[in-house]
Write a protein of this length. Structure first.
Length: 494
């Protein structure tokens, strides 16, 4: 089923609009207002996004409560009915045609995101939930209302109970309402139709860093008697997910790398080829799907692409992603780049053959949780390759501190010298990073022996190769190559 066929399924909103009209003119309107607004701060007008608004029920009733609401839908027919309903109620939410998979809004644009009977249709639910987090402000709330509507097609016992309810409904109310209509071609395009929920939602959103609470059956509060009778095999659940304010470390690192992106360069082809030469012996033969985490300006992603692999690069910094796209385009490399954090991967389980990273792990606020995410997206037997260094171990180790002082005496600075387009030295501000680094957990370890060699096996990896470089040993000969230990690790997912 192609995208046009999917959209055509929802093009005519007449049937759903009749249901909405009934809601707007019964007790259910006020019941839904109570259900929704109990999660909002009192007395504040919020910016709310109603995703898959349909005929606009949520958008209209939340506008009546004084909120600034935008309703989006991919169906022109649904939007036409939504605008008519808003006009009839005398409210003015904004309605826009938009694909749920391509939410065209800046970061932190909304205080709340609401959706009802939409999430089960998603083709890429993890990716969409990750986008919801991007769009929410710290402390913002995501409210998902849905049910296991199509589970009967994957469980014959449920299907029989659904049909029994339909028969009882006809006898009791004198009209036929069919829940057990099947459209398997469509259902196969939506993975959540066969996934037990809200268990899946709770785990996925918790892994994304939300604080999550679940109500298994909100139908008891917002349904009429006939709905309780007819839909009893698919209880309507509520998932309330609150976006946690980012830790100070993550916020600082995001700000720092956004700033540094303007001065962060990529070495020449020889550097890219050298990275490829080091990685290649640790990778299986053949073309692989590779994820480069913390891609920065795209260096490792491009090295992997030059080896012939299908590469996706991600980074917390949108400025770095822009630079990476420019750099890859300049080399004629087809690489997908996405703006997301290292521990918030919008990809299904076991979707990559390899995860690679360079100069990132030291900056992780929650390294164990992040490595578990990397393992999750790796196929069994998939490879994890990363380069890193003890950049800030000098805060906790006297020898490294002395090496840093020695390097500064020799080179005049411990930082790589950046020059502008005219070759003039640039004054860069490293203070935010250096203030944050002591609070990052991996800064305290003498790596790789002090953390990686013990942590990786406990996280489900077997180390295949380890290479260690100690340029600080050259300081006693007056060679200013570095003051900290650098290392490369290759591991296999157990």
């Amino acid at each position: 089923m192609n995208e046009q066929e999917r959209e055509a399924r929802w093009a005519d909103g007449a049937g759903y609009d009749r249901y909405i009209q009934d809601e707007l003119h019964t007790f259910r309107k006020d019941a839904w207002k109570r259900q929704l607004t109990q999660h909002f701060a009192h007395g504040m007008a919020l910016d709310i996004l109603d995703v898959g608004t349909g005929p606009g029920f949520f958008a209209c009733i939340l506008s009546e409560e004084g909120h600034r609401v935008t309703g989006i839908d991919a169906s022109d027919g649904m939007l036409e009915r939504a605008r008519a309903n808003a006009a009839a109620l005398g409210v003015q939410p904004v309605f826009l045609k938009m694909d749920i998979n391509e939410l065209d809004y800046p970061d932190e644009a909304f205080d709340a995101i609401v959706l009802r009977n939409v999430s089960w249709t998603l083709q890429y639910p993890e990716r969409v939930y990750t986008e919801f987090k991007r769009l929410l402000r710290p402390g913002g709330v995501l409210l998902v209302y849905d049910a296991n509507w199509q589970m009967q097609w994957f469980d014959p016992a449920i299907l029989e109970r659904v049909r029994a309810r339909e028969r009882r409904f006809l006898e009791k109310y004198g009209r036929a309402e069919i829940v057990s209509n099947g459209d398997m071609e469509y259902y196969k395009t939506a993975p959540l139709t066969r996934t037990r929920r809200p268990t899946w939602d709770e785990k996925t959103l918790t892994d994304l860093g939300f604080a999550v609470t679940v109500t298994e059956d909100v139908g008891q509060f917002v349904y009429g008697d006939w709905e309780k009778e007819l839909y009893g095999e698919s209880p309507l659940f509520e998932v309330c997910a609150v976006k946690q304010a980012e830790g100070e470390a993550l916020k600082n690192m995001h700000e720092y790398w956004q700033y540094r992106a303007e001065t962060f360069g990529v070495g020449g082809m020889e550097e890219l080829r050298a990275l490829g030469r080091e990685a290649a012996p640790c990778l299986p033969e053949g073309k692989m799907r590779v994820l480069d985490v913390g891609t920065g300006p795209g260096t490792v992603a491009m090295a992997m692409a030059l080896l012939g692999h299908d590469v996706t690069g991600i980074d917390l910094s949108s400025n770095m992603i822009r630079r990476a796209r420019e750099n890859a385009a300049a080399l004629g490399l087809d690489i997908q780049f996405l703006n997301t954090a290292a521990g918030e991967l919008p990809f299904p389980d076991e979707s990559f053959d390899a995860v690679v990273s360079r100069n990132l792990t030291w900056a992780l606020p929650e390294p164990e949780a992040t490595f578990r995410q990397w393992r999750r997206v790796l196929k069994p037997g998939g490879r994890l390759l990363y380069w890193d260094a003890n950049h800030y171990y000098f805060y906790f180790n006297e020898t490294d501190a002395k090496n840093r002082e020695a390097l500064e005496k020799l080179a005049g600075t411990v930082h790589i010298l950046h020059r502008d387009e005219n070759g003039n030295p640039q004054q860069l501000d490293y203070s935010l990073c250096e203030r944050t680094a002591p609070n990052l957990p991996l800064s305290r370890f003498d790596r790789p022996s002090g953390w990686d060699e013990t942590a990786l096996p406990s996280l489900g990896f077997t180390i295949l190769a380890e290479r260690i470089y100690r340029p600080q040993h050259l300081l006693k000969y007056g060679v200013a190559k570095g003051y900290y230990t650098e290392f490369f690790i290759a591991a296999i997912r157990d």
